[in-house]
Design a protein around this ligand. Structure first.
Ligand SMILES: *Cc1c(COP(=O)(O)O)cnc(C)c1O
Length: 393
C-alpha cells in the first residue's frame, strides 16, 4: 500500500499537515518565513514567458501561498486570498462583487465597520445599500431589485447574535442571480461550512480565532469556483497583502485552531449557563442555548459554537453601576477584538446605529469572550463584578 496523503485524512489531521513540506525545509517541521519583493528569473525566455511560480512580491510568496492553500482546503473553497485585516477582507469581497449602480443588501446586525464601509466608500461609488432584518429568511426575496447584485450575511450578528437562515437565503439569491458573501468570523469553517450552505464568498477575520493570541491582524476571503477568478483578479489589482510574519503566525494558529475552538465552546457554554442562573442577568444571547432566538437554525446548520456571546442585565442596573463593575475586573479585560487566550468584556449598544430593526433588549448589554483562564477564577471575577454592579442603585 502506498503512503497516504494529506487529502486522505480527516480535517483535524489535514490542518496539522497543510501548507508545509519538511522535505523542502531541510527537514524542519515548519515552513520558513519568505520575505521579498524581487524574484529572479534564470533566463530571458523565462522572464518573457513569465515562467515562475512566483514572479513578484505583491503576487505572493511561499509563506502567503501556504496559508491561502491551507485555508481553501479547510473552507472547502476553490481559492483564498489574504488581506492585512478582517475589515480589509470585507472591502475586498465587496469590491469584487459590486460595481457602480448596483444595489447591496446588508443585515442590520452587521459588524459596524462594514456599515461604515458601505456609507463611506460604496456610496461614493454609486452603490446603494439597503439594511434588512437578519431574521428575514427567504423573504429577503421581497427586497431584491433589478440591480441587486450582492446579498451580505453575517451569522450570528455582531454583538446581538441573531442567527440567519443561510441556506434559505442563499437559495433565493441563487434563483435571482444575486451573489452571496458571508462574514463567518464567529463560527470559522470548523463550525459553519459557509460554501456548503450556498455562500459564494466567505470571509474570516483571522485576527480572531485563527491568530488566537491577540498578536496579529489578518483577513481571509475564500470563493467558490464561479467567483474565485474574479476575487483573485481584484486582489491582484490592489496588492494589499498581509506581512510575512503575520502569515507565519496565522499558520501556527491554524495547527491548534480546532482544539482552541472546541475548548472555547465548552468554556463559553459553561459560563453562559452560569450567567443564566445569576439574578442580575435578564437573558443570555448565545446561539447554542435553547432559550436564544434562532437556536433551532443554529442547531440545524452549525457544528459548534465559539466562546463569544452577550448578556442583557436586568433593567434596574445603571451605567454608573456598570462602570463600577467593569473598571475593577481582575481578569476580564475591556477591549474590542476577541478570539485570543484571554477573557474580555465590553458594554455595547446596537441601538446607536441600527436602522431597520428595533433594539430593545430590556437592559444594559455586555459582550463576553471566555478565554483559557481557570473557570472558577472567571466566575469569581464575574460574581465580584456583579457585587459592585448591585452596590450602585
Ligand atoms: C473583528 C471582526 C472583523 C474585522 O476584523 P479586523 O481584523 O479587526 O479588521 C470583521 N468581522 C467580524 C464579525 C469581526 O468580529
Amino acid at each position: 500500500m502506498s503512503k497516504r496523503s494529506t487529502s486522505d485524512f480527516n480535517i483535524s489531521t489535514q490542518i496539522t499537515q497543510l501548507g508545509r513540506d519538511a522535505s523542502k525545509q531541510s527537514g524542519f517541521v515548519n515552513a520558513p518565513i519568505y520575505r521579498g519583493s524581487t524574484v529572479l528569473f534564470p533566463t530571458v525566455d523565462d522572464l518573457e514567458h513569465n515562467r515562475a511560480q512566483f514572479n513578484y512580491g505583491t503576487k505572493g510568496t511561499p509563506t502567503i501561498a501556504s496559508l491561502e492553500n491551507a485555508w481553501s482546503v479547510l473552507a472547502g473553497a476553490a481559492g483564498t486570498v489574504l488581506s492585512p485585516s478582517g475589515l480589509g477582507a470585507i472591502a475586498l469581497a465587496l469590491l469584487t462583487t459590486l460595481k457602480a449602480g448596483d444595489h447591496l443588501l446588508m443585515p442590520d446586525c452587521v459588524y459596524r465597520p462594514t456599515r461604515n464601509f458601505c456609507a463611506g466608500l460604496l456610496a461614493k461609488m454609486g452603490i446603494e445599500t439597503t439594511y434588512y432584518d437578519p431574521r428575514i429568511g427567504a423573504e429577503i426575496e421581497s427586497l431584491f431589485r433589478p440591480n441587486t447584485t450582492t446579498l451580505f450575511l453575517e451569522s450570528p450578528g455582531s454583538q446581538s447574535f441573531e442567527i440567519q437562515d443561510v441556506p434559505a437565503m442563499t437559495k433565493v439569491a441563487k434563483a435571482h442571480g444575486v451573489t452571496t458573501i458571508i462574514d463567518n468570523t464567529w463560527a470559522t469553517p470548523i463550525f459553519f461550512r459557509a460554501h456548503e450552505h450556498g455562500c459564494d464568498i466567505a470571509l474570516e477575520a483571522g485576527t480572531k480565532y485563527l491568530g488566537g493570541h491577540s498578536d496579529l491582524l489578518m483577513g481571509l476571503v475564500s470563493a467558490n469556483e464561479a467567483w474565485w477568478p474574479k476575487l483573485r483578479e481584484m486582489y491582484d489589482l490592489m496588492a494589499m497583502l498581509p506581512g510575512a510574519e503575520d502569515c507565519f503566525l496565522a499558520l501556527r494558529g491554524l495547527r491548534t485552531l480546532h482544539l482552541r475552538l472546541k475548548e472555547a465552546e465548552k468554556r463559553g457554554l459553561e459560563m453562559a449557563r452560569w450567567l443564566q442562573m445569576r439574578p442580575e442577568v435578564l437573558k443570555v444571547l448565545h446561539p447554542a442555548l435553547p432559550e436564544t432566538p434562532g437556536h433551532d437554525i443554529w442547531k440545524r446548520d452549525f457544528k459548534g459554537s465559539s466562546g463569544l456571546f452577550s448578556i442583557v442585565l436586568k433593567p434596574e442596573y445603571t451605567k454608573a453601576g456598570l462602570a463600577k463593575m467593569l473598571d475593577n475586573m481582575g481578569i476580564f479585560g475591556m477591549g474590542y477584538s476577541w478570539g485570543g487566550f484571554e477573557s474580555l468584556i465590553i458594554p455595547f449598544n446596537c441601538g446607536e446605529y441600527r436602522t431597520v430593526t428595533d433594539w430593545q433588549p430590556g437592559g444594559l448589554t455586555l459582550r463576553v469572550q471566555i478565554g483559557f483562564e481557570d473557570m472558577d477564577d472567571l466566575k469569581t471575577d464575574m460574581a465580584e463584578g456583579f457585587d459592585r454592579l448591585r452596590s450602585v442603585r
